[in-house]
Design a protein around this ligand. Structure first.
Ligand SMILES: Nc1ncnc2c1ncn2[C@@H]1O[C@H](COP(=O)(O)OP(=O)(O)OP(=O)(O)O)[C@@H](O)[C@H]1O
Length: 582
């Protein structure tokens, strides 16, 4: 049997790592540690130095509560729970407490007779068991296992076992430093980092990379391939300050997609088993049983990895990110599936019976379109292929107008592979963030109403609001107002607006949008928006800008302005000034 690294050897390196502030020194200390580490334990050491017990995407995570850990320390020492709590209050760190009172532990140890030295494998196994115990009696099992580990460790070991079990090791080592170390230790040169990093990016498992390198050196990296069920680190986008620069970066070979305002998902499907990973590689499958079901209905192929953005969808409209965040929960999942339905807009395909990472984007996209059949939940992202920046800008305005963040411009060149874990110029994001922010409210005239759906059925779901064009004496639309209403306000609206109902569009209203109900321009509301943007669907300022008007993004109802006549509304000119101020 091969030698095992003792836990005290490992923690002697932890002590050194905690002392140093230099990244280079840190790498050197880590290289020394790996030189000491038997090949069979390289993966464990990789996880432990990061304070983990597994690859980050795996479900086994630690993070026990202070109370339980304090109790375990008390069991492992001769101190009472109260004494442990008292020391915890003094030091603020249970690791330090365990280290301090672990002298008594050793007395107990010798009382039971000499035990073999604790190895990293034993600590790792113990911590893994702790994370796995479930159901009745699991609290006691966790407690006893942890107390057992603390009892067997030396003083310094007790400190680190406690910190790891709390999920608070924090040696300050990032995955990239660890990859540098692995390259240096097992290939002899930090220059091989890119290949090592690639293996990590497609496997998201630093332990696996470490172990392959330890056994086979550089060649071991070839064994690491994309696998369904193991997340790929996600490709990210660069940001441009000026849309014209797109041509410098991507020439004429690009496509634009809506940048949806939701949560990114990487979805792995193997037969009927579906797993969903978040941008941070967490397994979020249990939060989205509706997406799991819809993906199975939409994709027939056996082994597939796709990516998309999930967006909350309510009352016939896509909702903002905050609404979707209500789905982040451990309990009441089913209730929230109904309360906050979602749609997933798929935008990439990374695997179909084989890896597609090295295929150019147009090919991946085509495969995606051929593979999925859209349903209520699963959709393909909205995409346009054009070389005209004017068209791209229009598409952007439309996307923002529909409440989305902006657009993603993606290279379609032959080199447009999926670059796992990289933020490069193959993807460029163009967001509305760079535009005007509104700090002041505006008063707008209600010119139309949209029938509510779902909870709002029988009431108005949104109002079409307009600014006043004084020169022309007309009302030009600037937004569809659907948020900020209390339930009482919603109930009141039909009655309040009844006197102004009109069968046709009133002459003084200029609108490209056709609401369910027109209103004579009489009724004024106060609105706060997030920002102003150009819009092809609204008419405010349309003469000045050309084909488009100005729109208010994310408008919120603040209150009624019964004291104002519609001619006292904010004017189109004022809106233009607000827009141009930036
Ligand atoms: N059609 C799309 N294609 C790619 N990504 C999209 C798309 N729609 C929405 N997104 C989201 O936009 C993000 C791309 O921007 P970036 O790579 O910079 O991520 P980010 O750092 O999360 O930035 P941001 O805060 O701008 O979303 C993706 O992570 C994804 O969540």
């Amino acid at each position: 049997m091969s030698r095992s690294l003792s836990f005290s050897e490992l923690t002697s390196y932890f002590l050194q790592l905690e002392e140093t502030r230099s990244r280079n020194e840190m790498t050197d200390i880590l290289v020394d540690l790996f030189k000491e580490t038997p090949n069979s334990e390289v993966d464990i050491v990789c996880y432990l130095v990061l304070g983990q017990i597994n690859a980050e995407y795996e479900e086994e995570v630690l993070g026990l509560g202070n109370k339980m850990v304090a109790k375990a320390i008390s069991i492992a020492s001769s101190k009472s729970k109260q004494e442990v709590q008292e020391l915890f209050r003094e030091t603020g760190d249970l690791g330090t407490v365990a280290e301090k009172i672990s002298g008594e532990t050793k007395t107990l140890n010798s009382f039971f007779g000499e035990q073999k030295e604790l190895t990293v494998t034993e600590v790792h196994q113990g911590l893994k068991d702790i994370s796995r115990f479930e159901g009745s009696g699991s609290y006691d099992k966790k407690l006893r296992t942890l107390a057992g580990l603390i009892t067997r460790a030396d003083k310094v070991g007790a400190r680190y076992i406690v910190r790891i079990s709390l999920g608070k090791l924090r040696l300050g080592i990032g995955a990239m430093t660890l990859l540098d170390t692995l390259a240096k230790t097992y290939t002899g040169d930090k220059k091989n980092r890119p290949e090592v990093e690639r293996a990590y990016n497609i496997s998201s498992d630093v332990g696996l990379v470490g172990k392959k390198l330890a056994y086979k050196g550089h060649k071991g990296l070839e064994d690491i391939e994309v696998e369904v069920g193991r997340p790929i680190r996600m490709m990210l986008a660069q940001r441009l300050e000026n849309l014209d620069e797109v041509k410098d970066k991507l020439e004429d070979r690009f496509a634009a997609e809506v940048k949806y305002d939701g949560e990114r998902m990487q979805i792995h499907k193997k037969n009927d088993e579906v797993k969903i990973y978040s941008r941070r590689m967490e397994d979020i499958t249990h939060q989205y049983p509706d997406v799991v079901k819809a993906i199975n209905q939409s994709i027939g192929s056996k082994e597939v990895i796709v990516e998309g953005e999930a967006v909350a969808y309510k009352d016939g409209e896509l909702q903002d990110f905050q609404t979707l965040m209500q789905r982040k929960r451990k309990y009441d999942i089913q209730k929230y599936v109904e309360k906050i339905p979602v749609k997933i807009f798929l935008f990439d395909m990374l695997y179909k019976e084989d890896s597609l990472l090295d295929k150019p984007f147009p090919e991946r996209r085509k495969k995606l379109e051929q593979t999925i059949s859209e349903n209520e939940i699963v959709k393909c992202s909205d995409i346009i292929k054009t070389t005209e920046l004017r068209e791209v800008e229009k598409f952007f305005n439309k996307s923002v107008d529909e409440g989305q963040e902006g657009i993603m411009i993606k290279s379609c060149s032959k080199d447009s592979i999926y670059r796992a874990g990289a933020r490069e110029w193959l993807w460029i994001k163009w967001k509305k963030d760079y535009e005007t922010r509104m700090s002041d409210t505006v008063d707008l005239t209600v010119v139309g109403g949209f029938a509510g759906r779902g909870r709002r059925s029988g009431l108005y779901g949104a109002l079409l609001c307009a600014a006043y064009n004084k020169q022309k004496d007309i009302f030009e639309t600037v937004c569809k107002l659907g948020t900020g209403f209390s339930d009482e306000t919603l109930e009141e609206l039909p009655e309040k607006l009844k006197p102004f109902e009109s069968e046709k569009k009133p002459a003084r209203v200029s609108s490209k949008i056709e609401p369910d109900q027109w209103f004579k321009p009489e009724f004024v509301v106060e609105v706060l928006g997030a920002e102003l943007t150009k819009s092809p669907v609204h008419t405010a300022g349309i003469d000045t800008i050309g084909n488009e008007g100005i729109a208010i993004r994310f408008p919120r109802f603040i209150g009624f302005r019964a004291d104002k006549k519609s001619e006292d509304s904010t004017t189109t000119k004022e809106i233009m000034v607000m827009y141009e101020k930036n």
